[in-house]
Every structure is written in structure tokens, then in C-alpha cells.
Design a protein around this ligand. Structure first.
Ligand code: GLY
Length: 356
């Protein structure tokens, strides 16, 4: 079993990756987070396939089936999590276990961070997106109508348990969405992932263990170096400045997170070339890599609307935008203070080029 350490002093924790690990969850929990009670928050769809991974007759486990979908990253769902925890006698020494994709991990993680001022949290990500990104690094929270992830806390889990076998029952569209985050990792650092993706079958039936491990290693060391995103961790937002605005423009329903990030990466590559940071060859190589993951859905939101939504992003200071821009394959730079009007003009040109 691969054990990747997120090195944060006394709050360090392991990311465990192995095929079939889900079948050993009770044993792994005993080791990484011994407790008299486990509050399991499981995505309803995942639960219908995998309800037997938690011992149903063991009174130490109490389970909440979370309605699937981004709608669960809401204040109403969070409130129902708090009520569930309190009604079932939660104590400081107990453990919350989040089984599902980024939605469950983020919302249940925030419930764990806030109930009784914090109980231990174990992440069991089941979507590709959560396995390679959302479950590692301690970002928890919910959405607000004004934007994604605007309410939340940095709250590190005590362990992350990843079983690539979960991906076998993941819908193909969710797999494709997660692969855009994988592409992000291949482009932000030289870690062997870009070369691996050149020979990749781009199918959820592929063995994803090595790919997940490479992403987790990259995430673990970026987070260890800058837990609270003072600077370097921002590179993980590559593709997300415009990506979050695209998601918000569609009410978090029209495009999947990964697809929005895919557009965001393409636009960042275009901005980068316009600013003379990367050359045309790099921009084209990024476009080709994204294309291998399938076509992106057409964009129909006016550039002015995206710019307005970007103003609510956490990355905005004094009306100026911060972008993570590719320099070459495996290297990005953080550029702050980019003028809003200029970004809007670039978006308008980008739309003309890609036929949006
Ligand atoms: N998903 C970006 C980060 O965790 O910082």
C-alpha cells in the first residue's frame, strides 16, 4: 500500500492508496483514528453500491446518506449534518468519516470542523476528482449563491483512505471531469505525470493507482509547503479562476467542475501567451492534452458575466485578478494584479477563437 505523508508537524497525516482498501475500512479506521463512535457521511449514490463496507450491525457506526449533487454544499445540508451529529450524542473524541466525492468531503468536513469546535475527520474519496485533489489538503466548506466555496475552513483530516476500485462504478462523465484535475497536476509541476498521460488509455477501467499516487504526492508537498495558501498553494488553482466563474454562471448545474476547469486551463494558456509568458508550442501542447480527454461543452455565458462572477472569487484583490499561468509544460507562474478590463477583452477574443 502506498502511504504518502502530508507533513504538517503535529497535524501530519497519511494518504493511503491501494486497490481494494475500501473493504478494509473498519480495520484502517481502528489504526488511523480509533474511536468509540464513527459518524459516516456517505453520498447516497455511493452508499447504494457500497453500503456493506461499513459494518451495519456495529453500534459504533451511525450513517447519514447525503443527497447526491452540488446542492448538498448548502447551509441547509450543513445544518442537517450538525443536527444528526448532536442528536446522536457526538463527543469531542469521536470521528467523522466522509465517503463520497468532493461535495460530501467538503460539506461533511466543514461539519466536522465546526461541531463542538472540531472532531477528527477521515476522508474516503470515491470520485476521481476527490481522490486526486479535494480530499487532500484540508479545504472544507459550502457554496454561497454569490460563489463557490465562499464559506469554509482549512481543517485537515487525520487520514485519507483512497481505493481506486471505487472508480469502476463512477459514471464516465465524472471520470472525465476528474481527469481535468489530473491534467492540472501534469501541467503545474514536473512529476512524470505528463509523460504518463501521453500513453494513457483515458478510460475509467484503466488502473488509476499510479496516476492517483503521483497527483497525491504533488498535492501533499504543495500543501505541506503552504497550508493556508499564502502563495505557492495557489498553483493548485490553475484553471480555477475562470473555471469557478463558469460553474457559477451555470448555477453549478450545467458544466461539471472538471469541464469548467478544462476551459479555465485553456484560457489561462491563452492569457499566458498573450502576456509573453509561454509560447505558442506550449499553448498548443496544453490544448492537445485537454483534447485527449474529449471535447468540452460549448460555452454560452457572456464574458462580462464571467468577469462579474470572478469579482466574488477569493483570488480577487482590489478588482484585479490573480491567475496561475503556464510557462512551459510542468511549470506555472502566479501573476497578480491583472486588470479586469483586459481579462474581459481577452475572454471576448478567446470566445471568437473557440466559437463560444
Ligand atoms: N483544490 C485546490 C487546493 O486544495 O488548494
Amino acid at each position: 500500500m502506498a502511504e504518502i505523508r502530508v507533513a504538517l508537524g503535529q497535524r501530519s497525516y497519511p494518504v493511503l492508496v491501494q486497490q481494494g482498501l475500501a473493504r478494509r475500512i473498519p480495520e484502517v479506521l481502528e489504526r488511523v483514528a480509533p474511536s468509540k463512535r464513527y459518524f459516516v457521511f456517505a453520498d447516497g449514490n455511493v452508499w447504494s453500491h457500497y453500503f456493506d463496507i461499513i459494518p451495519s450491525k456495529d453500534p459504533r457506526y451511525v450513517t447519514f446518506a447525503v443527497p447526491p449533487g452540488e446542492g448538498s454544499k448548502s447551509i441547509e445540508t450543513l445544518y442537517s449534518f450538525w443536527t444528526f451529529l448532536l442528536q446522536n450524542g457526538v463527543e469531542r473524541g469521536h470521528v467523522a468519516v466522509a465517503i463520497g466525492g468532493g461535495v460530501v468531503g467538503d460539506a461533511a468536513g466543514f461539519a466536522a470542523a465546526t461541531v463542538l469546535r472540531g472532531i477528527r475527520l477521515v476522508q474516503v474519496p470515491t470520485s476521481l476528482l476527490a481522490q486526486v485533489d479535494a480530499s487532500i489538503g484540508g479545504k472544507t466548506g459550502i457554496n454561497h449563491p454569490l460563489g463557490k466555496n465562499l464559506i469554509g475552513a482549512f481543517y485537515q483530516p487525520v487520514a485519507v483512505i483512497i481505493d481506486p476500485a471505487f472508480l469502476r462504478t463512477l459514471p464516465e462523465s465524472e471520470f472525465q471531469s476528474g481527469m481535468y484535475e489530473v491534467i492540472k497536476y501534469a501541467l503545474i509541476e514536473k512529476n512524470g505525470l505528463y509523460e504518463r498521460l501521453m500513453d494513457f488509455a483515458w478510460s475509467r477501467t484503466s488502473d488509476m493507482t499510479a496516476v492517483i499516487e503521483l497527483c497525491a504526492q504533488c498535492k501533499a508537498h504543495v500543501v505541506a509547503g503552504d497550508e493556508m495558501e499564502a502563495e505557492r498553494r495557489m498553483i493548485l488553482n490553475f484553471g480555477h479562476t475562470v473555471g469557478h466563474a463558469i460553474e457559477a454562471a451555470g448555477g453549478f448545474k450545467q458544466l461539471k467542475h472538471g469541464q469548467a476547469v478544462g476551459w479555465g486551463i485553456l484560457f489561462a494558456a491563452r492569457l499566458s501567451r498573450a502576456m509573453g509568458i509561454c509560447d505558442r508550442l506550449t499553448e498548443d501542447a496544453i490544448g492537445r492534452l485537454l483534447y485527449r480527454n474529449g471535447a468540452l461543452p460549448k460555452l454560452s455565458y457572456p464574458p462580462a458575466m464571467l468577469v462579474e462572477l470572478m469579482r466574488h472569487d477569493k483570488k480577487v484583490r482590489d478588482g484585479r485578478f490573480t491567475f496561475v499561468l503556464p510557462k512551459r509544460i510542468g511549470e506555472v507562474v502566479i501573476r497578480k494584479g491583472i486588470e479586469e478590463d483586459w481579462v474581459q477583452r481577452q475572454l471576448e477574443e478567446f470566445y471568437r477563437e473557440v466559437g463560444g
